[in-house]
Design a protein around this ligand. Sequence first.
Ligand code: KE4
Length: 428
Amino acid sequence: MTRSSELFDRAKRVLPGGVNSPVRAFRAVGGTPFFVSHGHGSSIADVDGRDYVDYVCSWGALILGHAHPAVLAAVVQAAERGWTYGAPCEAEVELAEAVRRRMPSLEVMRFVNSGTEATMAAVRLARAATGRELIIKFEGCYHGHADSFLVKAGSGVATLGLPDSPGVPPELARLTLTAPFNDDRTVADLFRKHADRIAAIIVEPYVGNAGFIAPEPDFHRSLRSLCDRHGALLIFDEVMTGFRVAAGGAQESLGIKPDLTTLGKIVGGGFPVGVYGGRADLMKRIAPEGPVYQAGTLSGNPVAMAAGLATLLETERPGFYDALERRTDRLVAGLAALAASHGVPASVSHAGSMWGLYFTAGPVHNYDDARQTDAALFARWHKAALARGVFLAPSSFEAGFVSSAHSEADIDFTIRELDAALGEARGR
Ligand code: KE4
C-alpha cells in the first residue's frame, strides 16, 4: 500500500472521485493517481519519494516550472503585506498594464479567479453588447465548466466520454451552436441560418483540450471576417495559449485581433487568476462603469497579482521564447522519431512550448480526427512512462507543456525513457 493509495482512499471519502478536478483521477489511463509532495523546477515529487519530469506543468500554468525563485520571492514579499484587501491595490494596475503591453487588443480588462470565470463573463458581455443570444463553439474545445460551454466540450468532458453534462438546461444548451474545428464552411452555414441571433464565436486559437490541434492557415482569418460581416464578436480563449505559444499569445503569432480575449494559467503564475478583456467600447459596459454585472471577492488579490507579474517579467528576458521553442521542438522531434522506430503511427506537433501526440497517422484537423487516436495504447504508454519517471497528461485529450526549467538533459532523459515505455506498452 503506497502513501498515494492510502491518501487516495481517504480522498475518495470526502472528494468526488478523490480529486478536485476530474482529469486528475487518471480515469482515462487507469491506476491510482500519485499524490504530490512538492514540485521543483521541471520535476514533481510524489509522497512515496518518486520523482517525475513534469509535462503537465499544472495544465500549462507553470511556464517557469515549479517554485521559481523569482515568483516565490514576489509572493512572499506580497503576502507579508497581507494577502487580500477587497479594495484596489497597485499590483492590479501593474499586472493589467503588463498584460496590455504584451497583448494590446486587451485595451481594458478585468481580473477574475479562473479561466471559467473569464469565459463566462466574456460571453455574458458579448450577449449584452450585441443583444443576441447564440454562441458558436467548436467540438472538442473546452472553455471551462460554465453551463453554456458544456456542449461537445473537450478536456475532462472528452476524457470521461461525457456527451455533455447533466444539469445544463436544454433551453440553455440550445443557445450553443457547435462546428468542427478548422471548418469555416460550417460556421458560415450557421451564420446563414442564424445570422442576426449569433452574439459571438468563442474559440481556442490552438486547441489544447482535445490533445493539440493547430489551426489551418486561414481558419481564424475566416472567423474574423464572418464575425465582421454578421456583427458578431470574436472571442479568443487564450487561457492556455496566452503567453504560451508566443510572447503575445496566439493572437500575436496568428496576426488576428479578437474583440475579446480570455486568459488564465500563466497570467497568474500558478495562482488563481483569470482575465477577460478587449475593446474598450465593449469593456466599458462592465459594472460599475456599465450595467453588465460581474464581481469577485478575491479578484485581483495582491499575492496572485505579484505571482503573475513576476512570471511575465521572467518571460520577457531576451531569448526566453526562442530557447523554449527550440527545446520543445527537440522533444517533439524525438517523440516522432521514437514512434516511427516502433512502427507506431503517430501525429506529433507543437506551437511554442505547447505540444501534443496522437497515436494515429493523422493529420489531425479536428476532434473527430483526434478521436482516432489509440487511447488504449496511450494509457499503457502513460503508465509505463510514469514508472520510468515521466509525467504526461493522463488523457489523450490534453496538451503537454515544456517549461523554461526543462533542461536539455531532461529532454534527453524523456526521449530515452518514453522510447522504452512505448516498447513496454506494445508488449515488446
Ligand atoms: P479554469 O477554470 O480551469 O481555470 O480554466 C478553464 C479553461 C478555459 N479555457 C481553456 C482553453 C482551458 O484550457 C481551460 C482549462 N484547461 C484545463 C486543462 N485541459 C484545466 C485542467 C482541469 O480541468 O483540471
